[in-house]
Design a protein around this ligand. Structure first.
Ligand code: BGC
Length: 394
């Protein structure tokens, strides 16, 4: 017994020594400009120029990589993830997100590929809401409704960026100040989004914001995943799980009706893994409204706890993506509006349903629906929201 105790103590002592050693290493590495190394010496953030805005402002690309070989390219325009490599069952890392190779392609009519979406991700009915008796008018950029922050949302601005070393891995801190009244929203909003790539192939995203007037905030990440790594294929064979007992039915303009409808016995039931294509063309009014899946699912964990919200699995390559969040909901969008008009990174085009989005967030139209969890942010409070995308194989 004593021997066990002694070896245990020795082990703890060794671990503490190692830990101290690592800390020292990290301090040394912090002095390196824009090049961050973690303990293993293999994870880092590289920086290069991606392009130029029409006004001459430079847009940079940061590449976060870890010791396994995962790479995530993030550009300062829109905080967009332009490339993200993930392993298949044979250990081959391949790009699994829709996007473009050059900045100009992001200036067109692009459905938020890989972008940071704000100030309010998803729809606000009729582009209008009230706070404390004051009515605010927003752009109607999606039929009669407001979508993803307006005509020039957070996906279309250049963010400040700083590479940083953390205990969890190499990370990139993006900041942006949205002026009072920008896109119609009240309050100057200081936003900070931290992307951290960990050693276990997980991208952690921490969203933070503070305001100087009451406002509404709902931030999300809009990556389109195609786990086959082949953008000419659709995602109908991906097996999706959503830890959600209910979803929000929508009206013809995709605004939630206010009802939380149980998924059980409907094509919206993803509580067990199910191929996306299995019921995507079902004779169901809600499916027809979305042109497939384009709805918000209400997560099991609605108390702000961080937990597994969703997963997507591609049987052929063995790639598994798990999504963890502390948000109360997730928009599952199956790329129904993609129509082959955009040229892909590999030379083909992005066809209908060639990517799927798992957008963690609060419910759409919350500013107009009192029964929904509030998206209001007051001065003195800090908006804080976490989501992790974890890749593995099975
Ligand atoms: C929405 C879709 C929309 C897409 C691109 C998704 O978040 O749910 O309706 O077409 O974003 O804008």
């Amino acid at each position: 017994m004593r021997t066990i105790q002694a070896s245990f103590l020795y082990f703890v002592f060794l671990a503490a020594l190692l830990h101290l050693g690592c800390k020292e290493n990290k301090k040394e590495n912090q002095s390196e400009n824009q090049m961050v190394k973690t303990e293993s010496g293999k994870s880092h953030v590289g920086k290069s120029t991606f392009g130029e805005m029409p006004n001459g402002e430079q847009v940079d690309k940061y590449t976060l990589s870890n010791e396994n070989g995962m790479e995530v390219d993030v550009i300062t325009y829109g905080g967009i993830i332009t490339r993200w490599t993930a392993p298949d069952k044979n250990g081959n890392y391949q790009d699994v997100v829709l996007g473009f190779n050059d900045l100009e392609s992001y200036f067109g009519d692009v459905p938020y590929f890989g972008a940071l979406v704000g100030r309010y991700g998803n729809r606000i009915a009729k582009g209008q809401f009230s706070l404390d008796g004051e009515t605010y008018t927003l752009a109607k950029n999606n039929g009669p409704n407001h979508l993803h922050g307006g005509n020039k949302g957070f996906d279309k601005v250049v963010w400040n960026a700083e590479a940083e070393n953390t205990d969890d891995g190499a990370s990139l801190v993006l900041t942006y100040t949205s002026a009072d009244g920008e896109e119609g929203y009240p309050g100057k909003l200081d936003v900070k989004v931290t992307y951290t790539l960990t050693g276990d192939d997980q991208l952690d995203i921490h969203y933070e914001a503070v305001t100087d007037k009451p406002t509404v905030v709902n931030l999300t990440q809009h990556s389109y995943f195609n786990l086959s790594g082949d953008f000419s294929q659709d995602i109908l064979d991906h097996e999706v799980t959503l830890n959600a007992p209910a979803y929000l039915p929508v009206d013809a303009g995709l605004i939630p009706t206010g009802e939380l409808r149980p998924v059980e016995g409907t094509p919206f039931d993803f509580t067990e893994p199910k191929a996306v294509g299995k019921e995507i063309n079902a004779d169901n009014e809600q499916i027809k409204r979305g042109g497939g899946y384009d709805h918000c699912w209400v997560l099991d964990e609605t108390n702000g706890d961080f937990g597994l919200a969703a997963s997507a699995y591609h049987p052929e390559t063995g790639r598994l993506l798990e999504v963890y969040t502390d948000e109360p909901a997730i928009q599952f969008y199956t790329g129904n509006f993609l129509n082959g008009a955009l040229v892909s990174k590999t030379g083909g085009t992005y066809g209908k349903r060639s990517g799927l989005c798992l957008e963690t967030q609060h419910y759409p139209d919350s500013p107009n629906q009192e029964a929904f969890p509030s998206t209001r942010l007051n001065p003195g409070e800090t908006y804080s929201s976490r989501t992790s995308f974890k890749f593995s194989t099975k």
